[in-house]
Design a protein. Sequence first.
Length: 89
Amino acid sequence: MKALLIKKNVAFPYVHDLAELLTRVEETGLEIPGSVRQAPRLTRYAIASGCPSAIEPVTEEAYLEALGIADEVVLWAESAMRDANTSES
């Protein structure tokens, strides 16, 4: 999401809050798929990477769910970046 914001020359705060970043991306006019709208659920893991004791241990089910959401976000962002490059040509 940050790469998309940089590509579109949109300022954003230095945060790991995926809801905030997703809102900023949406304000650029990009259509956000439903699966990508789940990204804010990953914010807790971003926070935990800086302070692992901040959250409860993650179950395998939660891990797989988070991995699926992250995959969707990355695939969408890569596609949006390719589309942005194509439209600039």
